[in-house]
Design a protein around this ligand. Structure first.
Ligand SMILES: NS(=O)(=O)c1ccc(C(=O)NCc2cccc(F)c2F)cc1
Ligand SMILES: [Zn+2]
Length: 258
């Protein structure tokens, strides 16, 4: 099979052939249906401590654009539904070719124009790859933020300004060391949905504690257009790099808000 992608001949409907877990019972993304979620008063706010990075790359890996610091950057995530400390690994985006589609998770069937994922791994493992393979839903913790079109996002501007430099698959640039990743996050990480799920791209490992924030971040129309100029491995616009929602099966979606 051609390497996986989001086109007719290699998209989500084909992924099960190389990754049979695609039809598993803990797959992501899902449609977050407010009438079916359950408030959990035990869910505290999350704490993310992101330290400045000395040598981080911003790259086009053929199916997303991704910010990746060198290993062992000391940034960490704790709190919320997490029992232990998680190390920051990377962040990346999923988006559509117009403002009516693009996010992976949905809220009562509504899609946002894009979704930003901050990927973290359980620090009781020696590495990210070990965490992915550690079995069970506590290997990774991914923070999901919906993006909607509105005011320019000043915190994301240093990243969206780099997009033209990674237009083609396989290209990367060094990110200026004064990039402040912490500034992307809302001041308080409250009001989120959380459930046990998977990577939303192959290998689709069911190793993720998903934490999806209710409040979208805003980006300008120009910043959205920057994403839509990115090209994939087949030389086509990368927009549409989102997996459709998967069945919930017998999972519960908990919320930190009423
Ligand atoms: N969209 S998402 O947030 O669910 C997501 C996050 C990370 C990855 C990933 O790291 N893939 C490559 C990769 C690298 C090493 C080991 C792996 F298992 C692996 F999937 C895929 C999807
Ligand atoms: Zn993702």
């Amino acid at each position: 099979m051609a390497p996986w992608g989001y086109e007719k001949d290699n998209g989500p409907a084909h992924w099960h052939k190389d990754c049979p877990i695609a039809n598993g019972k803990n797959q992501s993304p899902i449609d977050l249906i407010n009438g079916e979620v359950k408030y959990d008063s035990g869910l505290k706010p999350l704490t993310a401590k992101y330290v400045p990075f000395s040598d981080a790359k911003f790259l086009n890996n053929g199916h997303s654009v991704q910010f990746q610091p060198s290993a062992g950057n000391g940034s960490e995530l704790t709190g919320g539904p997490l029992a232990v400390k998680y190390n920051f690994e990377q962040f990346h985006f999923h988006w559509g070719n117009n403002d009516t589609e693009g996010s992976e998770h949905r809220v009562d069937g509504k899609m946002y124009p894009a979704e930003l994922h901050f990927v973290h791994w359980n620090s009781t493992n020696p590495s990210f790859k070990d965490a992915v393979g550690s079995g069970g839903p506590n290997g990774l913790a991914v923070l999901g933020f919906f993006l909607k079109v509105g005011a320019e996002n000043a915190a994301l501007k240093p990243i969206t300004d780099l997009i033209p430099k990674v237009k083609d698959a396989g290209t990367s640039v060094t990110v200026p060391s004064n990039f402040d990743m912490q500034a992307i996050l809302p001041a308080t990480l409250t009001d989120y949905y959380t459930y046990d799920g998977s990577l939303t791209t192959p290998p689709l490992a069911e190793c993720v504690k998903w934490i999806v924030f209710k409040q979208p971040l805003e980006v300008s129309a120009a910043q959205m257009e920057a994403f839509r100029s990115v090209i994939n491995r087949d030389g086509k616009p990368m927009g549409g790099n989102y997996r459709p929602p998967c069945p919930l099966h017998d999972r519960a979606v908990k919320t930190s808000f009423k």
